[in-house]
Design a protein around this ligand. Structure first.
Ligand code: NAP
Length: 461
């Protein structure tokens, strides 16, 4: 382990998976040097750009994730560095003793139904990127001019999207969304969000905490049709052995029993319904839904009975997926990097020495932010075990990476730059009584990173 204490490790991706990996490395070998690369000038990945803006409590995990960067000499951040473009796999393998890829899931699944390409149908990722102020969506606009919106999918992302669409102006004004996003929500004409779940209530992926957040919305009725939340005998058995699921299903079934008080906006839960086609000539006007019937094994079968749901916007929220990464072994079926216990596995089945994977790129898009902690711990324990087995493990010497990036003309940012950007966003927020106001455009982010404001500590949400 003494060799490892002076090792140099690269982590690609500064989201929760990458930063929990850094924590795990530092905890195992306090003297270790780690360089963290991200394509954006801001760290925190899904915490900053995935956790919904109205969930600032979850975002406060940044207080934990940032701690390794206090040791600026050993733990460095390189923002605005694109893996596969500015920095190649070969560079990392050459200059580091080990590399951990934690690049998340940048793609998403499709519905695969006719009409999906009509204007007005959007992937949840684009919508989430937009309201989260992600640079990829800095030029995207969502008009929110349709009273009825269909959100397809029965997971927590679908619930996030639905909740954001029906929040009051005052509630949204307490979030960190960019100003132009806040303006779009202020002008929103959305009154009804229809959540479309293809299976039954007992098969939905919503978690009870997220359902509770829906329940607490100030100006929103929750509408559930009693005939769509009946349970099969098999469902009853499932609930008996699964307490969190029992609570979630109980909450939704309770909503079906209570009268709607008549608030100005509504979320309609629709179970056992699959979109068969998106309707509309030149843009989305509705969804043709097929009614499904449940099977004993939890799957469903179409009944051939259809109904039309009018909707001027459709958000597809049926799961993210990791995309292949420049030259790295990829499993196209599971849509993850090929690995065993976090060790990257080449096409020939052999371990790619010194290369590892963590987070959604490793296990697929599942779990909460905290799940990445144990996931990263498994990866780092594989890394440590491999290191201990190496007959000689000379640490790589020198610091060629900064030279290499400069030679390639890459304008990389560092932790101090992020602190400047962070302070700017928080300052803007304070002026409006908000936790922060996000800067979305990459050029503007870089400009703020360059600014010479003196900042000593990061602000917290
Ligand atoms: P998810 O939990 O996997 O949900 C995806 C949903 O899409 C499932 O209900 C799935 O139904 C449905 N679906 C898939 N293909 C479909 C199709 N062709 N037609 C209709 N429906 C389809 O994924 P997610 O909501 O994107 O969330 C990703 C992860 O992030 C999850 O682990 C989630 O819990 C987590 N997350 C957590 C929070 C939080 O804790 N606050 C917030 C957001 C996200 P089937 O089950 O039938 O396949």
């Amino acid at each position: 382990m003494s060799d490892f204490a002076s090792a140099r490790v690269a982590v690609v991706g500064a989201g929760p998976a990458g930063l929990y990996a850094v924590q795990s490395l530092v905890a195992s070998a306090p003297g270790i040097r780690v360089d963290v690369f991200d394509r954006l000038p801001a760290p925190y990945g899904l915490v900053r750009y995935g956790v919904a803006p109205d969930n600032q409590k979850i975002k406060s995990v940044t207080r934990v994730l940032r701690t390794p960067f206090d040791d600026a000499a050993r733990i460095r951040f390189f923002g605005n560095v694109r893996f596969g473009v500015d920095l190649l796999r070969a560079d990392l393998v050459e200059h580091y003793d080990a590399v951990v890829y934690a690049t998340g899931a940048q793609g998403e699944r499709l519905l695969g139904v006719p009409g999906e390409n009509l204007p007005g149908c959007h992937g949840a990722k684009a919508f989430v990127d937009w309201y989260s102020g992600h640079p990829d969506a800095a030029d995207t606009t969502f008009a929110l001019d349709a009273p009825h919106v269909a959100v397809v999918g029965a997971g927590n992302v679908a619930l996030d999207v639905a909740r954001m669409l029906v929040r009051t102006r005052e509630e949204l004004a307490a979030t960190d969304v960019p100003d132009r996003v806040l303006d779009a929500f202020r002008q929103s004409r959305v009154t009804d969000v229809h959540l479309i779940a293809r299976r039954g209530v007992a098969q939905a992926k919503f978690t009870v905490e997220e359902l509770r957040a829906i329940n607490q919305l100030a100006d929103v009725d929750i509408v559930v049709r009693p005939d769509e939340v009946t349970l099969t005998r098999e469902d009853e058995g499932l609930l008996e052995s699964h307490r969190p699921l029992r609570s979630a299903v109980g909450m939704v079934r309770e909503w079906a029993r209570r009268p709607a008080p008549g608030k100005p906006r509504r979320i309609h839960f629709r179970f056992l319904r699959s979109p068969a086609r998106l309707l509309g000539a030149s843009r989305v006007e509705g969804v043709l839904l097929e009614r499904n019937e449940p099977l004993a094994d939890g799957r469903v079968r179409g009944t051939g009975q259809f109904e039309t749901l009018p909707a001027g916007m459709v958000v597809r929220s049926v799961g993210y997926k990791a995309l292949p990464l420049a030259g790295l072994p990829f499993d196209p079926i599971a849509c993850v990097l090929r690995h065993r216990a976090g060790r990257l596995i080449q096409e020939n089945g052999e371990h790619a020495t010194g290369e590892y994977v963590a987070g959604w790129a490793k296990r697929g898009p599942s779990g909460i932010i905290g799940t990445n902690k144990s996931d990263a711990a498994e990866t780092i324990s594989s890394l440590l075990a491999d290191f201990a087995r190496r007959s000689s493990s000379p640490a790589k010497v020198g610091d060629p990476i900064t030279r290499l990036l400069r030679a390639r003309g890459v304008e990389y940012t560092d932790w101090a730059s992020w602190l400047r950007l962070d302070a700017h966003e928080v300052q803007l927020g304070q002026a409006q009584g908000r936790p922060r106001v996000k800067t979305a455009a990459l050029a503007e982010m870089l400009e703020l990173c360059r600014a010479s404001t003196h900042v000593v500590t990061e602000s917290t949400p």
